[in-house]
Design a protein around this ligand. Structure first.
Ligand SMILES: Cc1cc2nc3c(=O)[nH]c(=O)nc-3n(C[C@H](O)[C@H](O)[C@H](O)COP(=O)(O)O)c2cc1C
Length: 311
């Protein structure tokens, strides 16, 4: 077991929010039980149709993947698009809601080390979700304040951000992670989170982008702007992790464009304590599971080596 400032994990290789739905057991190529942690899709207090315009199905293993796949393909032009070197998505917190998660999914994911991601439209919504999650056997809660396709900006106002972090800290019995975007002064937000006692920072979320129909000039995504992920954001994510490492001492969970073991190594050198696989699951779903099988011990050794060099 590795203890990352109170977050106890079996290895340093995680799955990012949105990549594997809620972490239910999947049989073919993906083994959710092997990862140090799987982060759930961001949950809200009530279930949300997001930008899909359809209710999320109640997830159940493989059938969930097929159903979700059909929904994604059906609506793909407006919520998820492949772009060179990555993806742009505007799911808009499409999710089953915290209560459905607790009743229908959580009991089926006993063997999975889970980080539950939450998103809210008021401080009270975040706190209510934290209260409901307090008694579950999860390894941490990730506070998502950085979804680019939801029209609420928790990060814009530093005082509001601090207030949210403080109240979440006071309410949660679980370790807390905050997932930050690269908008504005993200280093100040990282400092605030550290000072308030947030256990770790996850950097980065997707980067806001715009895709236009070249003939009409109309946005191709329903929500106009979307979040860009994948290989093309990796160098930016590495820069941000490196900057944060110089500023804060709490663990940094690095992600953004990690496709292979070499990418993981780069994030560890930049200063990440753990790395997180996201959109790689959309085109090589087996890859992260393989990487964990082959490299989890190496990851631990590499981090220890880097820490010695830095002392
Ligand atoms: C389709 C899709 C859905 C996502 N859903 C969420 C989400 O619900 N909550 C969240 O915090 N991040 C979400 N993300 C962002 C990822 O967790 C990750 O931070 C981002 O994609 C960058 O990593 P990557 O380049 O490895 O994908 C989503 C990303 C994609 C592509």
């Amino acid at each position: 077991m590795t203890n990352l400032n109170g977050i106890k994990v079996k290895n340093r290789l995680f799955v990012s929010s949105g990549a594997l739905a809620y972490g239910s057991k999947q049989k073919l190529f993906i083994d959710p039980t092997i990862f140090g942690a799987i982060t759930t899709r961001t949950l809200t207090l009530e279930q949300r149709q997001g930008n899909f315009g359809v209710s999320p199905v109640k997830p159940d293993g493989i059938s969930e993947q097929i159903l979700w796949g059909i929904q994604i393909i059906k609506k793909r032009p407006t919520v998820l698009r492949k772009i060179p070197g990555g993806w742009i998505n505007a799911f808009g917190w499409w999710n089953i809601g915290v209560e459905n998660y607790i009743n229908d999914v959580y009991p089926k994911t006993e063997e999975v080390s889970k980080i539950v991601s939450i998103g809210g439209f008021s401080i009270e919504e975040y706190l209510e979700m934290i209260r409901r999650l307090n008694d579950l056997a999860i390894i941490a809660i990730e506070i998502d304040v950085s979804c680019p396709s939801v029209k609420i900006d928790w990060e814009k106002d530093v005082l509001l951000f601090g207030k949210l972090m403080k109240q979440c800290r006071e309410t949660s019995r679980h370790p807390l992670i905050v997932k930050l975007s690269i908008k504005g002064d993200y280093l100040t937000r990282a400092h605030i989170a550290e000072d308030i006692g947030i256990n770790a920072v996850h950097a980065i979320n997707t980067i806001r982008g715009l895709l236009l129909n070249p003939k009409t000039g109309r946005p191709l995504l329903k929500a106009k702007y979307g979040g860009v992920s994948g290989e093309r954001i990796k160098v930016i994510a590495l820069r941000v992790v490196s900057e944060m490492r110089q500023e804060i001492d709490i663990p940094i969970f690095g992600g953004g464009g990690i496709y292979n073991w070499k990418d993981c190594q780069q994030f560890f050198w930049a200063g990440a304590d753990a790395v997180s696989f996201g959109s790689v699951h959309f085109f090589q779903p087996w890859k992260p599971t393989w990487i964990v099988r082959l490299h989890q011990k190496e990851a631990e050794k590499l981090v220890q080596k880097i820490k010695k060099i830095r002392k």
